[in-house]
Design a protein around this ligand. Structure first.
Ligand code: GDP
Ligand code: MG
Length: 356
């Protein structure tokens, strides 16, 4: 099973592509498109609430194993206001260290070969040194009325399948770890009780498991598990699941809650941070937005240390230790990558960090 995020700026062709690859399912600020017709089941996640908000983008990426970055013919034009969001998506993927993906050069029917080659060159320059530097570019369209309708779509599917093999091999190795399930939706179903949707990030989650939900830190039991509407007894790493839970109500669950035996729960953080080259200096007492897993919340910068010295500000492209304080309880593990953002800047991603 592979979960893919289809991202890009507004009008980059994300929704058209997702709708072409799967059947529409759950929808909130992200929409799931399922494909269970092929031997490999896939879920395509369209963060349609982006670029208005960045939370849907992070949600889509953190429940996915692979990304398709959509860039339309004018996606990098300086005078196109949407180009800042193409850049922002590249920064987000790089800060997340996102390994697997494809760059879809969308709307190929509305441009020409020479322009596509120029766009590829621009992309090569922009992604050099980032986690996207080796991603393949595939020129495609989803326009059935085009001279060359659905050009590139078969090539895209073949490439997705090839990358999925690598991802599945990596996921198999995660099965030995303790089970962790990231929840993205929770609701009450009459006669069934609390149902959550999410993805098994590591380990194998089993029906009848007695485990906990965080940051509530409450004992729960997994009553039953479904994947693509079929009942299953156990869900290995990478599986997108629906679960019925005992001893918790849907109204008490927020996006990002984690089903696991053990998590750290905190409102304050000390992170070893790497600040993006594509942001401004960060000052103490400023407010940033923190993302970890599928959780997010505003935090205050309490203290910045560079090379063991307390400083007033940290420059783009450097590393530091940052102390942050928030109000809401957040659950995470030591290996989890935190993302930091400044919602007041045009390119909103600021850096990433790991708990010290
Ligand atoms: P999103 O905002 O990224 O989700 O983009 P949409 O998928 O909604 O597409 C934006 C606009 O571009 C719509 O009017 C689509 O009909 C159009 N569009 C999307 N894909 C293609 C394509 O391959 N060729 C052409 N000509 N138009 C497209
Ligand atoms: Mg859309």
């Amino acid at each position: 099973m592979t979960n893919l995020a289809i991202i890009g700026a507004e009008k980059s062709g994300r929704t058209s592509l997702a709708a072409n690859l799967g059947r529409k399912g759950t929808s909130s600020d992200v929409t799931m498109y399922n494909n269970d017709k092929e031997s490999r089941k896939m879920v395509f996640v369209d963060p349609h609430g982006y670029p208005k908000a960045i939370k849907p983008l992070i949600t889509a990426l953190n429940i996915s194993d692979m990304a398709i970055l959509c860039i339309p013919p004018d996606g990098l034009d300086k005078n196109n206001p949407a180009s800042v969001h193409t850049g922002e998506c590249i920064v987000a993927l790089d800060l997340l260290g996102f390994k697997y993906g494809i760059i879809a050069l969308t709307k190929s029917d509305s441009t020409h070969m020479h322009a596509i080659d120029e766009l590829k060159k621009k992309i090569k320059l922009m992604t050099a040194g980032t986690s996207l530097q080796d991603w393949e570019c595939i020129s495609l369209n989803t326009n059935k009325g085009a001279k060359n309708p659905f050009e590139g779509m078969e090539e895209l599917k073949a490439k997705i399948n090839k990358i999925s093999e690598k991802i599945e091999a990596e996921q198999a190795e995660l099965n030995n770890l303790p089970a962790r399930v990231f929840i993205d939706h929770a609701f009450n179903v009459t006669g069934k009780g609390c149902v959550v949707l999410g993805v098994v990030k590591q380990g194998i989650s089993k029906s009848k498991d007695k485990t906990k939900i965080f940051p509530l830190d409450r004992d729960i039991e997994i009553r039953s598990i479904q994947s693509h509407d079929v009942d299953i007894d156990s869900a290995p790493a990478g599986t997108r699941v629906g679960m019925r839970l005992k001893n918790v109500q849907a109204k008490d669950i927020e996006r990002g809650f984690i089903i696991s035996d053990k998590e750290i729960v905190s409102t304050d953080y000390i992170l070893e941070c790497t600040i993006s080259k594509f942001t401004r200096a960060i000052e103490t007492s400023g407010v940033l937005h923190l993302f970890v897993g599928l959780q997010s919340e505003p935090v205050r910068v309490e203290k910045i240390m560079v090379d063991g010295q307390e400083v007033k500000e940290v420059k783009p492209g450097s590393t530091c230790v940052m102390e942050l304080s928030g109000n809401k309880k957040v659950a995470y593990s030591k290996e989890d990558r935190f993302l930091l953002a400044n919602l007041d800047l045009p390119q909103r991603f600021v850096g990433y960090g790991f708990p010290k």
